[in-house]
Design a binder for this molecule. Structure first.
Ligand SMILES: [Ca+2]
Length: 344
């Protein structure tokens, strides 16, 4: 039923002043709670799960579901870790979806293995969860978006393999996506697909784009507003030892304790690790910590540059985020997990 403005005013006038006063905070809470979000990750350990650990602290986000897509992971373990994290946060009711999508370019196997260890961490196994089959992600995503009363934000911290299938299945869902925030791309810096791992590639692409370049191209062809958190931004926020040391002191919140244990995997390969997926999640959580600029970016779907995101006048319009102050991002994330503020 459509309510007219006059009916609304009449209804408001019928409320006593104390009733209005007491209902205002509730209404404000409802408004804050009305930021619907779907999280689509590719199970990388620790960064996709650190992103989830941040999202689970947000009081003003309505997490509609978490999609586990293939990528830098093994899918059964990724689903298991996701469910256990939701349970740890008391959010068992959030649906966890399994993507049947397939990427084109598999991640190096050593990068994928940490998810098994994450799944076995004691903090993940304080409760035994009943075995359930995760529903199909594309079926769920299409029906969820079609039924959405207001456009939904998507945070994607893996490839676009699942979203591309959903857009092919039901192209009209693009009008139901407020924006897709994507940890992906490398604009004016080098990619992270190395020639050691992929000898035929020229090194210009970022892995989430390279995992399934045609899927990225499919999203590029849509009208979905794209917000990029590219390597240009993530390169500015390395995971510093001081961050891990501060995180090690957060034992009094379950998510802080979990994040500290997960963050240990940042050191698994002896290489520098960055806020990748966690930075994109921080943008969703606290956009005021970022500059946002318009750009025009082409997505190269094949050739030796497959997956490259190349700034090009006249190409697809996107927004690009950039952290204003990397230390402020660290402080924000640590604060969300329960760390005490630190003087700088
Ligand atoms: Ca990821």
């Amino acid at each position: 039923m459509k309510r007219t403005r006059r009916q609304f005013l009449h209804h408001a006038a019928a409320l006593s002043a104390p009733m209005i006063a007491s209902s205002l905070p509730a209404l404000a809470q409802q408004n804050r709670a009305a930021r619907p979000l779907i999280f689509d990750h590719d199970g990388g350990t620790p960064d996709d799960f650190l992103a989830l650990a941040l999202l689970l602290t947000l009081k003003d986000v309505d997490l509609r579901g978490v999609i586990c897509s293939p990528g830098v992971t093994y899918l059964d373990a990724s689903l298991s870790v996701t469910r256990k994290m939701l349970a740890l946060a008391g959010r068992d009711q959030v649906p966890v979806l399994r993507s049947a999508a397939r990427g084109l370019n598999a991640y190096p196997t050593p990068w994928r293995r940490s998810v098994w260890v994450a799944d076995a961490l004691p903090i993940m196994n304080q409760r035994v969860l009943p075995a359930v089959a995760a529903p199909d992600a594309v079926d769920w995503l299409v029906s969820q978006l079609m039924a959405a009363m207001a456009p939904v934000t998507m945070l994607v911290t893996g490839s676009f393999c699942t979203l591309a299938l959903a857009l092919d299945r039901q192209p009209s869902i693009e009008s139901k996506i407020a924006e897709v925030v994507w940890m992906g791309g490398a604009l004016r810096v080098g990619g992270n697909v190395s020639r050691n791992d992929e000898p035929s590639h020229d090194g210009s692409a970022e892995w989430n784009a390279y995992f399934d370049p045609p899927a990225a191209a499919r999203v590029w062809r849509s009208k979905v507003p794209i917000v990029l958190c590219p390597l240009d931004a993530t390169n500015k926020v390395p995971v510093r030892r001081e961050f891990q040391q501060r995180l090690a002191k957060v034992r009094h919140t379950a998510l802080g304790d979990l994040a500290g244990q997960l963050n240990s995997f940042s050191y698994a390969n002896g290489e520098e690790f960055y806020f990748w997926d966690l930075l994109a999640a921080a943008y969703v959580a606290a956009p005021a910590l970022f500059r946002v600029k318009d750009d025009e970016v082409a997505l190269i779907a094949d050739s030796a540059s497959a997956g490259r995101t190349k700034p090009e006048p006249g190409a697809r319009r996107v927004k690009v985020v950039d952290p204003i102050d990397p230390r402020a991002i660290e402080d924000y994330v640590l604060g969300q997990w329960g760390a005490r503020p630190q003087a700088r």
